[in-house]
Design a protein around this ligand. Structure first.
Ligand SMILES: Cc1ncc(COP(=O)(O)O)c(C=O)c1O
Length: 388
């Protein structure tokens, strides 16, 4: 092909999520279980008053301004790092602002991997890991998140640098969260490899996980020098700030000099890729975290309560009618088990024909309970089971 690079993935890019979301929105009778965003009980996108009231204070000049640096505004970087890590990490760490969790994951892959290197990520997972790997000419290997022995077998297959993605808590789409015990086992295994390991923790949904979900961060205080921990955080989910495109990449390592080097590389990548982020969005979130933290926490607790009612109800009703789900802990989504992807395809279409819009994932169908009011969730498991 002329003009474009030779080594490109030339398959037509179809975003499965956005196309079904569009169809769901166009159907007045539709049950929309597609969106990866939190909706309120009135069926509108959930917004935090503490975030959006504060945003009104931002002036046109602040909005119009470029951010202070490609690595983000200092106040934002400091506030978001404190917010994410709480008081759990006393090992050395440095952060950079990124366009959402996506930008943090992209930066991690771009800076740590050469073309042809391999990423290891969950077999049933967020589709964008694979899209990013393909964009960067990386190889992929997957593991079963429920089976740590499978993960350990896959880790043993690496000849050189390991790049492992763990999306916990609230994995998208399974809603599974590793316990602290499971995290301990994972860390022990990574240490025992005695290889260079990059552990990328995608914590996009952590703010909606049960209390104590940040306990595993304390394991990053005692790590060997050949382990780099990267945390990809998303303001999209935490603050219902999806379109504002901010997040953070937090790097944890024993050596502050290495961290300085890594942040320098990441800052240059940022400059060359998105140049810088929204000044207004960073100003706003740092103001919320510095001056409206309690208000925000109260609203977050309500949002979590709302989500939990939906997931509790759906899971109870799924059990009652025998609809088989993958094991769930917490989060935005549950996934119906469908081992055969051809059967899944035809069942997904059948659901659409009956005005139920969901998302196809590997060996399953994702139901976004985050996007539906409780009254819509009520009875949905039975409707789905009856169509099976
Ligand atoms: C598992 C997972 N990680 C990361 C992200 C990144 O989100 P954003 O780039 O909007 O912060 C998403 C968004 O849907 C996600 O589902």
């Amino acid at each position: 092909m002329k003009f474009v690079k030779e080594r490109e993935n030339t398959e037509r890019y179809v975003d499965n999520i956005f196309s079904v979301v569009r169809a769901a929105k166009a159907d007045p009778e539709g049950i929309n279980a597609t969106a990866g965003c939190l909706y309120n009980e009135e069926g509108e996108l959930f917004t935090y008053a503490s975030v959006y009231d504060q945003e009104k204070q931002i002036t046109p000049i602040q909005r119009a301004s470029y951010a202070a640096s490609p690595a983000g505004n200092d106040a934002y970087v400091e506030a978001i790092t404190r917010f994410v890590l709480e008081d759990k990490v006393d090992n050395h760490h440095r952060s950079i602002a990124t366009p959402g969790g996506t930008g943090a994951i992209y930066t991690s892959m771009r800076k740590c991997l050469e073309e042809g290197d391999t990423i290891l990520y969950p077999a049933i997972s967020w589709g964008n890991y694979k899209v990013m790997a393909s964009e960067m000419n990386l190889k992929t290997m997957t593991y079963d998140i429920y089976d740590l022995d499978d993960l350990f077998r896959k880790l043993d297959m690496f000849k050189s640098k390991v790049f492992l993605i763990v999306n916990s808590p609230c994995e998208n789409p399974l809603g599974y969260s590793y316990s602290t015990e499971e995290w301990k086992r994972i860390m022990e295994k990574l240490v025992s490899l005695k290889k260079e390991v990059v552990l990328l923790c995608d914590i996009a949904y952590i703010d909606y996980a049960r209390d104590g979900s940040k306990e595993f961060f304390t394991l990053f205080n005692d790590i060997p020098d050949d382990l780099l921990v990267l945390i990809a955080a998303s303001a999209s989910k935490a603050f219902s700030y999806y379109g504002q495109r901010i997040g953070a990449l937090i790097a944890i390592h024993n050596d502050p000099e290495f961290l300085d080097h890594f942040i320098n590389l990441s800052g240059r990548l940022a400059r060359a890729t998105w140049s810088n982020l929204s000044n207004a969005a960073m100003l706003n979130i740092s103001e919320v975290l510095d001056h409206h933290y309690e208000e925000y926490q109260e609203e977050l607790a309500q949002a979590k309560g709302m989500l939990k009612k939906r997931t509790d109800l759906f899971i109870r009703q799924a059990e009652e009618c025998g609809l088989e789900l993958y094991r769930f802990s917490d989060g935005f989504f549950v996934t119906i088990r469908m081992e055969n992807n051809e059967v899944r395809d035809s069942f997904h279409q059948k659901l659409i024909d009956h005005h139920i819009y969901t998302i196809k994932v590997n060996r399953g169908i994702r139901v976004a309970l985050c996007s539906m009011p409780l009254r819509t969730v009520d009875g949905l498991a039975k409707k789905i089971k009856e169509l099976m």
